[in-house]
Every structure is written in structure tokens, then in C-alpha cells.
Design a binder for this molecule. Structure first.
Ligand code: NDP
Length: 325
């Protein structure tokens, strides 16, 4: 999503625009506007840190690409992702948080205050930074996949699986995420196909066993998705099995081929694991750079839920408050 496209390779490129002469001083800068960013903004504003948030290319983050959110506490009837993000924004602004359009194009975390450049132009000196840039689901890159996003193609079974109750769906991918999503969907759906490009599943033994023991999962090894088909909604998929065309009838197509944390912009200074997730110290939100905190999916390789992101945003604001005082 958003930040990643903008961030990649920026360090190597000269700034396209002339930098502003004025350098804005900000106490607490929040980068990213998903549930982690907005929860951090609510707490930071209430702590009088006068937080300023930059929303990135996708204001509201990944949730704005989902339809109904039914598992976020406090919404007994469910809520759409965009409405929930508007609520979070309004709540943060009520306490004085400022959320701005704009994309952070480069950062210098070598010394405090941290120099941040927004939209390749506006210069900021920040005393503390909360990184909440999220992660982005990887997609296959098919045109038809893009066409049916939100109307049959999803990258989140726990978010959207409910809408396929009693129907036939497919999950693409052979890792733990795909295996988990397939078994989760199998509890809701009539039939689940797992589409795996190799002749084995990369998932852990325990997950493979679970998949094998679930009667309504059919694993299609050595199958590659060529096309997702339908009219206004998904109706099926065309697969390639070693040169042979295979058609499956499905109503939902779940992509589970991994996530990519959006940490590239910070990688020169901030320690990440092998997959790019920002490492935080102990149970805190502290990164290896004092004064820089991380929250949400950019530091969470495991849970990746809106509510866990919100919780970690709260922790980041509390840690920033302590640091700044
Ligand atoms: P992984 O990278 O482990 O697996 C990705 C899967 O998607 C692989 O089967 C891969 O195939 C496939 N894939 C990748 N790109 C494509 C493509 N273009 N077309 C078709 N298939 C593709 O990602 P996960 O999200 O599953 O897991 C990430 C990490 O998180 C892992 O370490 C995993 O163990 C962990 N995890 C742990 C869980 C748990 O412990 N409960 C739950 C979920 C994740 P190929 O094998 O051919 O490369």
C-alpha cells in the first residue's frame, strides 16, 4: 500500500522539489493513519504531545479496503472499514491531534530532533516519531485480481470470510497464513480450494496436518492462477496445472501469499527482522533508536488485526509520552 511505493529507493534519489526553508518543529510525529496511527494520535493528543500525523497515500490504511469490520469491539452491528477510520480520525481530532494529507518521503534518524521530509518538500524536526506505516498484503499481480478486489477478491479471510458462508472459495498460497485462512474458511464455507504453485506446502507440519484433516479443503498442488473470472462478482478461476487448464467455480478468491511491512524508509536506522518487520524492545514499542517507536502491522508479524494494531498504537503513545517527559 501507500508508503511502500513512495519510499522505495528514495534515499538514492535527489529530492525532486526544492526543500522548504522553514523547518517546522513537531513534538510527536505519527507516520501512518491506520488503527495504530489513530490510536497513538488519540493518546498522544490527550497527553498534550500535540501530535501531527501524516496519512500517507492510503488514508485510513488497509481497513479502508475492507468492507464490513465485525470483530472490532464497540461496534455490535459491525462497521465498514472507512466509517471506522473516520470515527477514529474524529476521535483523535477531538483531542487536538492534527492529521494531514501527505507522504513522508525521507527521514534522517541519525540524531535528534529527527529530520523528516514530507512530499519531498516540507521539512520537519520531530522530537519523537511513531512509525505506524502498516503492512501491505502481497497480491498475484493479475489484472482480473485488481478488478474484483472488494467484490470477491480479498487478502483477509478473518475480515471477509463471513460473506462466503456456505459458498465455495479458493485460497492461494501454501504458507502458514494460507493454511490458517483455508482452515478458518472451511469452518464457514461449503468447499475451500487451496491453490499451491509447488508440489508441497511450505506451511508448518501442524498446519499441514490440520489442512489434511479438514474434509472440505481440496489442495491443488502445482496449480497456478491464470485468471479470476466473473461478471460484477467472482464466479470462478482459471488455473494452470503443468500446462493443463483447470477451471474452478468459486465465489471468493483469497490471496494469502504473504505480507510486506512498510519499513523500507527507516531501514537505514531501524532494526528489522529478516522479513522487514521493525524490531521492538521487549513488550514496549521502543525501537533501537531512542525516541522512535513502532506500532501496528509494521512491527507485528503475527496478529495483524485492527484491534491489536490499535493496542500497540496506545503503547507507542504512552512510551513517547514517557520519553518526552
Ligand atoms: P510465506 O512466505 O511463508 O508463504 C507464502 C506462500 O505463498 C508460499 O506457499 C509461496 O509459495 C506462496 N506464494 C508466494 N508468492 C506467490 C505467487 N506469486 N503465486 C503463488 N503463490 C505464491 O507467507 P505466510 O504469510 O504464510 O507466512 C509468513 C510468516 O509468518 C511465516 O514465517 C509463517 O510461518 C508465519 N506465520 C505463522 C503463523 C503461525 O504460527 N500461526 C500463522 C501465519 C504465518 P512458495 O512456497 O512456492 O514460495
Amino acid at each position: 500500500m501507500a508508503f511502500f511505493q513512495k519510499m522505495e529507493g528514495l534515499d538514492d534519489k535527489p529530492q525532486k522539489q526544492e526543500l522548504s526553508k522553514e523547518i517546522e518543529k513537531i513534538k510527536c510525529l505519527i507516520i501512518g493513519s491506520g488503527p495504530a496511527g489513530y490510536t497513538a494520535a488519540i493518546y498522544a493528543a490527550r497527553a498534550n504531545l500535540k501530535p501531527v500525523m501524516y496519512q500517507g497515500l492510503e488514508p485510513g490504511g488497509q481497513l479502508t479496503t475492507t468492507t464490513e469490520v465485525e470483530n472490532f469491539p464497540g461496534y455490535p452491528e459491525g462497521v465498514t472499514g472507512p466509517v471506522m477510520m473516520d470515527d477514529l480520525k474524529a476521535q483523535a481530532e477531538r483531542f487536538g491531534a492534527e492529521s494531514r494529507w501527505g507522504i513522508v518521503s525521507s527521514v534522517d534518524l541519525s540524531k535528534r530532533p529527527f529530520r523528516v521530509i514530507v512530499d519531498e518538500k516540507h521539512q520537519i524536526d520531530a522530537q519523537a516519531i511513531i512509525i505506524a506505516t502498516g503492512a501491505t498484503a502481497k497480491y498475484l499481480g493479475l489484472e482480473s485480481e485488481e478488478k474484483f478486489k472488494g467484490s470477491g477478491v480479498s487478502a483477509c479471510a478473518t475480515c471477509d470470510g463471513f460473506f462466503y458462508k456456505g459458498k465455495d472459495v479458493a485460497v492461494v498460497g501454501g504458507g502458514d497464513t494460507a493454511a490458517e485462512e483455508a482452515t478458518y474458511l472451511a469452518g464457514l464455507c461449503n468447499k475451500v480450494y487451496m491453490i499451491i504453485r509447488k508440489d508441497y506446502m511450505r506451511a508448518s507440519k501442524a498446519m499441514i496436518k490440520k489442512v489434511e484433516e479438514t474434509p472440505n479443503i481440496t489442495v491443488l498442488y502445482e496449480h497456478v492462477t491464470k485468471e479470476i473470472i466473473g461478471d460484477t462478482v467472482v464466479k470462478g478461476a482459471i488455473l494452470d496445472n503443468k500446462g493443463k487448464e483447470v477451471k474452478i467455480d468459486i465465489d471468493g478468491f483469497f490471496v494469502a501469499i504473504g505480507h510486506k511491512p512498510q519499513s523500507q524508509l527507516f531501514s537505514k536506522w531501524i532494526e528489522t527482522d529478516n522479513e522487514g518487520y521493525i524490531k521492538t524492545i521487549g513488550t514496549s514499542s521502543k525501537t533501537n533508536v531512542e525516541g522512535v517507536f513502532a506500532a501496528g502491522d509494521v512491527m507485528d508479524p503475527t496478529y495483524k488485526q485492527a484491534i491489536t494494531a490499535a493496542g500497540s498504537g496506545c503503547k507507542a503513545a504512552l512510551d513517547a509520552e514517557k520519553f518526552l517527559s
